[in-house]
Design a protein around this ligand. Structure first.
Ligand code: ADP
Ligand code: ZN
Ligand code: ZN
Length: 757
């Protein structure tokens, strides 16, 4: 019999912890089960059992497990335990950090936390009590006589509602709430309960809204789509991952629906991942119409209780067959996973930046599928170079669709030279005459327009036209963005809000003004230029009041022009859009990163893909100051391969992904001196371990101070031929060796980001 359990605790220490198992709990403690254990002096917290054994740890007195939190089913399945171990190895974080990211707060009680442990939502129902007078025939006249009129009437109502007046042997459930609608005060029900004529009982009703209505059959596939499905099946016969490269609006979502249905018919489960929560509502409606109550939606914006409820559902006897979710849904238990779909697989937002684990949703999905003997389908119109490389080299299957479902042509790009238009004084604010004309035409033809700007707020900066002073954040190394809606200057890095000074603090000038264009200001400009059009805006700020309405109004044609940030760029399916404007392409073209060109191309193609989904003749107006930029002249919306083939040469030359893997080491401290010294030391260690060509930095990033902490980064390249395990060990070794500098490290934090995006 085992006597000890190694467990994961939700703390950032890179190890497991060992507890002893009381005899009475021995049969309950198995891997994957949640435990309640003491930690430190007074702390009690939830732990996950990793393994049980008989090796008594030496050197300290082992504490005993207090209780077992999972009685009927373990909260974690074996494949999840494998996944968590992979996550903490690959992403260089502690098992406890993985646990915290995975398990909803309600499922990990902690005596130090103000949050309540998950409680199922219940409702009170009423049924017959045990009053002796109820033993034979139930006769309200006899029970109440002529005195208690209110009670008698209510009791008769109960008999009707429960159907007992007709079928006394099979009462239907009646909730207290329903019954109370038929009496003036709930004291009447209470008095029936006091007399034991009725009694209360509790039923678990849950928080998840069921889908009401009938489901429909999926659409029939076109021959091209059917051929793609056949090819996907063939590829799955000898490969675990398949990349579906299909141009925007070729019907990838329809193909997914058919594949999901096949899995469900075979008794398997499917996980469908999307990069952006804002996308889920539209796809959810499409999926729900086919899968009804077989599916649910899981992401970080669901309430903690809902997340706990879904988790429990997944380990219970009848789990959801389809889960639609954002990245964190890969952490859920799936007992019988058949397929994971990762839509828009190229999206950088699949990667979590903060806090650890800094994991990539797509790559984690591929691992989960392989631990679960399931397959992964990646979908994109503009695949990431990593996935495309894997597909072209045969590691993944590759299925291509190059025709839109409705055979509409992809939109034509129209490149506008903003500098020239400015010189000729043709610009109206940020709007070029070409774009204004296209919008006017679209409105005349009752078509819709999407305008894209990668900046929320009103203007980029608040500045003094006299002396050039710019309002900056006190804690971060950035200028502030003016938000007209609340009249404040906001830091987009730490969220801090500032009042705008009445006069320039530097020269006393009174004419402070905003410069540049954010979505708020563009919305204003459009409303002035096209007062008859209905304009709305979707960005992080407006989404707070419900992005669903903004999107569904646009979808239903209640609005004509939608202004937005990258939230509107991907995946959304609007039938009637035939002009898309990219207002400042330059901001997209100048990311300081080796992926800049790839990203710019993807973003432009994605935004463009929102247009002309039902009819040909759509245009994408791209406003830029660099009309000769090579990438703009390569914009043929239908030849990703050509673009890839050209770009990949450079990646190979400089040994960037997909030809190497990167790990970003980030050091932060309030003290500039310390962060500079430690990062220099760390870089020296890493250079010693990996060689000079493999280590870049330390560098100060473009924004070198956030929330009063100075930042330095070191980039480590891991050539494909060196096993990941080896690099990880060396990185941890370097961090460990740094510890001899004790004092210097005070207040310096070091973190790793594997495959930074
Ligand atoms: P993608 O995901 O590739 O961008 P969608 O699946 O959203 O493409 O399809 C684009 C449009 O074409 C949608 O409005 C969709 O309903 C429609 N469509 C695609 N395939 C079919 C089909 N087989 N039958 C009916 N409509 C389809
Ligand atoms: Zn000034
Ligand atoms: Zn700030």
């Amino acid at each position: 019999m085992s006597k000890f359990a190694d467990v994961i605790l939700p703390v950032p220490l890179n190890r497991y912890f060992t507890y002893s198992i009381p005899y009475s709990l021995e049969h309950l403690v198995v891997p994957g089960v949640r435990l309640y254990v003491p930690f430190g002096k007074n702390r009690r917290m939830t732990a996950i059992t990793v393994r049980t054994h008989e090796e008594k740890p030496s050197g300290y007195s082992v504490k005993e497990i207090l209780s077992v939190l999972d009685q009927s089913f373990p909260s974690f399945l074996p494949q999840q335990m494998k996944l968590f171990s992979w996550l903490s190895d690959y992403y260089l974080c502690s098992p406890g950090e993985v646990m915290k990211a995975a398990l909803p707060v309600g499922l990990r009680p902690d005596n130090n936390s103000k949050r309540h442990a998950f409680r199922p939502k219940t409702e009170l129902f009423v049924r017959l009590g045990h009053n002796p007078d109820l033993r034979n025939d139930i006769c309200p006249e006899q029970l109440f006589g002529n005195k208690a009129k209110a009670r008698k009437e209510l009791f008769i109502k109960y008999l009707e509602l429960s159907g007992m007046n007709i079928h006394p042997e099979s009462p239907k459930p009646v909730s207290k709430l329903t019954l109370s609608e038929f009496c003036k005060s709930s004291s009447v029900i209470q008095s029936l309960v006091d007399k034991d004529i009725l009694e209360y009982y509790e039923v678990e009703t849950g928080r998840l809204q069921p889908f009401i209505g009938s489901t429909i059959k999926p659409n029939n596939l076109s021959p091209i789509q059917q051929k793609a499905i056949d090819e996907i099946h063939t590829s799955f016969s000898n490969k675990n991952v398949c990349l579906l490269h299909g141009i925007t609006s070729c019907g990838k979502t329809e193909i997914y629906i058919h594949l999901i249905k096949e899995q469900i018919d075979r008794g398997k489960q499917v996980l469908y991942l999307l990069p952006e929560i804002a996308l889920t509502s539209q796809i959810m409606l499409r999926l729900q119409s086919v899968f009804g109550n077989d599916m649910t939606v899981y992401h970080s914006r669901c309430s903690e209780n809902v997340r706990a409820e879904i988790w429990n559902h997944q380990t219970g006897p009848e789990p959801y067959k389809l889960v639609l979710g954002a990245r964190s849904a890969v952490m859920l238990p799936f007992k019988n996973l058949g397929l994971i779909i990762v839509d828009e697989e190229h999206e950088p937002s699949f990667k979590q930046d903060e806090p650890a684990p800094r994991y990539h949703g797509r790559n984690t999905a591929i691992m989960l599928a392989s631990f679960s003997q399931a397959k992964t389908l990646l979908g994109s119109a503009t695949p990431s170079f990593e996935s495309y490389h894997n597909a072209l080299t045969g590691k993944y299957g590759l299925v291509t669709i190059s025709q839109r479902f409705r055979e509409t042509r992809l939109p034509t790009p129209l490149i506008v030279d903003v500098a020239e238009m400015m010189r000729k004084k043709y610009m109206k604010g940020i709007m070029s005459p070409q774009l204004i004309e296209k919008i006017a035409q679209a409105l005349d033809n009752r078509k819709q327009v999407i305008l894209f700007q990668n900046r929320r707020g009103y203007s980029d900066t608040v500045e003094c036209p006299d002396c050039g002073w710019v309002q900056r954040c006190d804690r971060c190394d950035v200028s502030l963005t003016f938000h007209k809606e609340n009249g404040m200057a906001v830091c987009h890095y730490c969220g801090h809000k500032y009042l705008i000074p009445v006069s320039c603090p530097s020269c006393g000038g009174k004419a402070l003004r905003g410069r540049g264009y954010g979505t708020e200001r563009i919305e204003e400009t459009i409303k002035n230029l096209f007062p008859q059009a209905r304009t709305s805006r979707l960005d992080l700020d407006s989404a707070k009041n419900g992005y669903e309405t903004i999107l569904s109004d646009f979808q239903k044609g209640r609005t004509d022009i939608l202004v937005g940030t990258q939230m509107i760029s991907k995946g959304l399916d609007f039938e009637n859009v035939n002009v898309v404007g990219i207002l400042q392409a330059d901001s997209i073209l100048s990311y300081p990163d080796f992926r800049a060109t790839e990203r710019a191309y993807q973003l432009i193609m994605q935004v463009a893909g929102r247009a002309g989904r039902k009819e040909s003749g759509a245009v994408v107006v791209i406003q830029t100051r660099q009309p000769d930029a090579k990438i703009l002249n390569m914009l043929r919306f239908d030849d990703w391969k050509e673009f890839y083939t050209e770009q990949i040469v450079e990646r190979k030359l400089f040994n960037y992904p997909p030809f190497s893997r990167l790990v970003m080491v980030t050091l932060k401290s309030q003290s500039l001196d310390r962060v500079e010294k430690t990062s220099a030391l760390m870089a020296e260690k890493l250079t010693g371990l990996f060689g000079k060509e493999m280590v870049l930095g330390p560098d100060a990033p473009a924004i070198s101070r956030i929330q009063s902490r100075h930042i330095r980064t070191i980039l480590v390249k891991n050539p494909a031929e060196i096993p990941v395990r080896q690099t990880r060990a060396l990185l941890l070794q370097a961090a460990e060796e740094l510890k001899v500098y004790g004092e210097l490290l005070n207040g310096v934090t070091l973190s790793f980001d594997a495959d930074p995006q």
